[in-house]
Structures are given as structure tokens and as C-alpha cells.
Ligand binder design. Structure first.
Ligand SMILES: Cc1cc2nc3c(=O)[nH]c(=O)nc-3n(C[C@H](O)[C@H](O)[C@H](O)COP(=O)(O)OP(=O)(O)OC[C@H]3O[C@@H](n4cnc5c(N)ncnc54)[C@H](O)[C@@H]3O)c2cc1C
Length: 432
């Protein structure tokens, strides 16, 4: 395929792989970036919120050239009932101007642009090439075998950024088959709608975006979320729940998305919008306890391949970018001493764990499992919050004292005072 030996082979041109390739190429290393898709982004799926900070560390003022959709100026969180919603959120005009906070993106456009930056920095990108396996000699990864004729290629280090399934990581024994409670299955559609309609419906100006995260009835009370994100002239709508919840309750993912699209509270936002893309994808949501071994002799795992997703804050792309960058910085140091052993490369793991990636995953280490094991947070409390809000805000001649008392007793209606306080304490403990 390519006869020369590289310093680094990166498998997968998603956010993790491209930031690794970019950082390593900028440091003067010979980098090969291999992507199985027709082009970077062609196979990639994301709800679509890209965070500024971690990309800015790689490409200052990237928003001046990156193909983003809209800077997000408002984030809403809906607790959805069957025909009601309880809404909290924040809108701030400081997010409408540089340097912005975060952006909606479409991965097919964004990943292509991002990978072009790695190529500009000197990385060699090869598309439409599947890495079939890692080549291991004397207990050390020394290269990869691809599906191209003469498809073996060698490097000092191979960085696996091959996404949530990471078949390559699995075949090297880094992880086993993902457990159903460690991954969420998400389905989403991109629905075309003229910009003016989006701005009217979401109360936005040109070049302003809104994200809505939806809990409760959107997943029929299962652990998971639905989302509505505004692009320039389309809306991303999707829903996801853990595989274990799907196995238990057996909703068909596409039926769940249809349910979301037809929900009284959601339907008006997508009226007359036309579906232009449909996708289904896994999200690693096992968190801290599911992070596998991330380094071996001559090999490292980054991004989704290492389960680096903060499901509580729907952050994955930024964690992927930071892990790719730190992996590359470690390889640069390893190159200086010509040592690519697991011991040397382990600096990547320790630095990553010191960064916001490790810290945030540690903070929420028990959250997903707790919400999975105690489904009342989603299927009991959200309907009660809606009921209590309805009672409180309905003006019917009852005094506000009475209303307040009624609202409190509604909240205890489901599980009683003691159990409700226990649930509150448990939630506080895993989120604090
Ligand atoms: C529905 C959904 C919504 C999401 N929403 C958000 C969000 O709003 N914000 C956010 O930050 N994150 C979000 N995420 C998570 C985010 O998409 C991931 O965390 C992020 O894409 C991980 O990047 P990565 O580079 O590790 O993997 P990926 O983006 O999956 O990239 C892996 C790449 O490797 C390639 N590849 C795989 N195997 C091979 C092989 N054998 N040979 C060659 N190439 C290979 C693939 O084609 C792909 O390009 C969402 C995910 C989903 C599914």
C-alpha cells in the first residue's frame, strides 16, 4: 500500500483521529491517517453540538473558517409529560458573539474540513480503506493490515480511533463485547426546513441556534433522551436509550423516533420539515467504570474507542479531540527517546485522567448506572413534576398557600415522603 514506515498510523478520521493526526503532523512526525469512509464524516453520526474550547486549543479562531451550522445561544431542557412539558434553560447573547460557546454542526461537512487541516499540517489521509487488524510482533503492535492489495503498513505507534465498537481494540484484548448497559442506541433524522421558519419557531435571529434536550415521555420513561437541534436550514431530531432499557422494554428505535416526532409538544417545531438523512449509531455511555486499558506496547486507544463520553452533558466529540491531542503529544515525547513501550505511552492515560476528560468522567462515575437501576427518576418523577406544575399554575380560586401544599403532596404522591427523600439524596450523591 504505502512502503515507507510511518511514525504514527491513526485509524479513523473522526474527532479523535484527526486531532491526533493534526497534532502529530504539526510536531513534524510522519503520520498516516486511515479512514474507511468515502471521506471523513461520510460514516459519522452525531446529534450535532460541537464545543468550542477543545477545538480552539488545536485551531485558534476555527469558527472563522469551519463549516458550522449555528452558534448555540439557547439551551433548553424539557421534562416531557404525555401532553405537557416542564421547561428549564438558559439563553444568553454573550454566546451569540465571538468566541461563542458551542455550535451545531453536520459531521459530513465538519469532519471533512477538520481532516483537511491534518492534511495541510502534513498527514497523509487515505480514505475508503478498512484496517482489518493490527500487526503484532514480539508482543508489540508494529503496524496494520488493510483491505487494500499489499495492504500492510508499519509505524512506531498505532492509534486506534475507530469509534464505539473498536473491533481493533477488541481483537487486541483491550475490551470485550460492549455490555447492553454500557451503550445507548440513538436514532436520528436531519429534517430540512427553511432558515426563516426555524428562526420563527425557535425564536432566533440569523446565525443563532438552539438546542433542546428532552427527558421523560420522549423515551416513554426509559433512561435516555431525545433532542432537537437547529442547523442553518435543517433540524436534527433524535432519540436514544441504553441498549439494556431497549432489551427490557422492547421499543423499536424507529417507533420511538416516530413517537417523538408526533408528540404534541414537538410536532409544531418540525411541521412541513422533510427528512433528508436517517442514521442509527451507538454511544458509549458506560462512563468511568467502562474505560478500558488505553495503552499497550506500540498502541493507544482514543475517543469513543476508549469509551470517553460524558452522557450527562452529552459531550463526546470534545473528549475525543482532547484524547487524540494528548495521545499525539505523548508520541512526540516517546519519539524523542525512541521508546514506544506501554510504560512510556502510559503518560497518555495519566495526562488524560488529569484533564477535564478524566475528572468529569470520575465526577459522574455512578450516575448512569444509578439512573438505570432506579427508573423512577424518569418514569415517575417527570410525570409528577408536570402534574405539580399544572396544579400550581392553574388559577382556580384556590389560595397560593393551598396550592403550595397541594404541589408538595403531589410530589410525594408516587413514592411517599421517605422514599422521595431517599431518591433525592441518591441523585444528589451521584451528581454532586
Ligand atoms: C446520535 C448521537 C448524538 C451525539 N451527540 C453528540 C453531541 O451533540 N455532542 C458531542 O460532543 N458528542 C455527541 N455524540 C458523541 C460523538 O459523536 C462521539 O463521542 C465522537 O464522534 C467520538 O469521536 P471518535 O473520533 O472517537 O469516533 P467516531 O466519530 O465514531 O469516528 C470513528 C472513525 O473511525 C472510522 N473507522 C472505524 N473503523 C475503522 C477501520 N477498521 N478502518 C478505518 N476506519 C475506521 C469510522 O469510519 C469513523 O470515521 C453523539 C453521538 C451520537 C451517536
Amino acid at each position: 500500500m504505502v512502503n515507507e514506515k510511518f511514525d504514527v498510523i491513526v485509524v479513523g478520521a473522526g474527532p479523535a483521529g484527526t486531532s491526533c493526526a493534526l497534532t502529530a503532523a504539526r510536531a513534524g512526525l510522519r503520520v498516516l491517517l486511515i479512514e474507511r469512509g468515502e471521506y471523513p464524516g461520510s460514516k459519522n453520526v452525531m446529534g450535532g453540538v460541537l464545543y468550542r474550547k477543545q477545538l480552539e486549543e488545536l485551531i485558534p479562531e476555527f469558527w472563522k473558517e469551519a463549516p458550522y451550522e449555528r452558534p448555540v445561544v439557547e439551551q433548553r431542557f424539557w421534562m416531557l409529560g404525555e401532553d405537557s412539558l416542564f421547561n428549564v434553560g438558559y439563553k444568553g447573547m454573550e454566546w451569540a458573539k465571538e468566541p461563542y460557546n458551542n455550535f451545531t454542526i453536520l459531521r459530513a461537512k465538519f469532519d471533512q474540513w477538520f481532516a483537511s487541516k491534518a492534511v495541510e499540517a502534513g498527514a497523509l489521509l487515505i480514505n475508503e480503506t478498512v484496517v482489518l487488524e493490527c500487526i503484532v510482533e514480539d508482543n508489540r503492535v508494529v503496524g496494520v493490515r488493510t483491505d487494500r492489495p499489499d495492504g500492510e503498513v508499519y509505524a512506531d505507534v498505532v492509534v486506534l480511533c475507530d469509534g464505539v465498537n473498536s473491533l481493533l481494540g477488541k481483537s487486541l484484548g483491550f475490551h470485550k463485547e460492549r455490555k447492553p448497559e454500557e451503550v445507548a442506541l440513538a436514532v436520528m433524522e436531519v429534517m430540512d426546513l427553511p432558515a426563516a421558519k426555524i428562526e420563527e419557531r425557535f425564536n432566533l435571529e440569523r446565525n443563532q441556534g438552539c438546542t433542546i434536550e428532552i427527558f421523560g415521555d420522549a423515551t416513554k420513561g426509559l433512561l435516555g433522551t431525545a433532542f432537537l437541534y437547529t442547523n442553518k436550514d435543517s433540524i436534527n431530531i433524535g432519540v436514544g436509550t441504553t441498549l439494556s432499557s431497549m432489551i427490557k422494554s422492547r421499543p423499536r428505535p424507529y417507533d420511538l423516533l416516530e413517537y417523538v416526532k408526533n408528540h404534541t409538544m414537538i410536532k409544531p417545531y418540525i411541521k412541513d420539515a422533510k427528512m433528508s438523512e436517517y442514521a442509527a449509531h451507538l454511544i458509549p455511555e458506560g462512563g468511568y467504570h467502562s474505560i478500558p486499558r488505553m495503552v499497550g506496547n506500540g498502541v493507544m486507544l482514543c475517543g469513543d474507542a476508549a469509551q470517553l463520553v460524558n452522557a450527562i452533558h452529552r459531550e463526546g466529540s470534545n473528549m475525543a479531540m482532547t484524547s487524540g491531542r494528548i495521545a499525539a503529544e505523548t508520541i512526540v515525547l516517546a519519539k524523542q527517546v525512541n521508546d514506544f513501550s506501554e510504560n512510556m505511552l502510559d503518560r497518555y492515560r495519566t495526562e488524560l485522567m488529569k484533564s477535564f476528560v478524566g475528572q468529569d468522567l470520575k465526577k459522574y462515575k455512578d450516575a448512569t448506572h444509578t439512573f438505570e437501576n432506579y427508573p423512577q427518576y424518569f418514569n415517575e418523577y417527570i410525570p409528577l413534576v408536570n402534574k405539580a406544575a399544572s396544579e400550581f399554575f392553574t388559577v382556580d380560586g384556590t389560595s397560593k398557600w393551598e396550592k403550595q401544599k397541594k404541589m408538595m403532596s403531589t410530589m410525594f404522591e408516587g413514592r411517599g415522603k421517605l422514599k422521595t427523600f431517599q431518591d433525592l439524596y441518591r441523585a444528589w450523591k451521584v451528581m454532586k
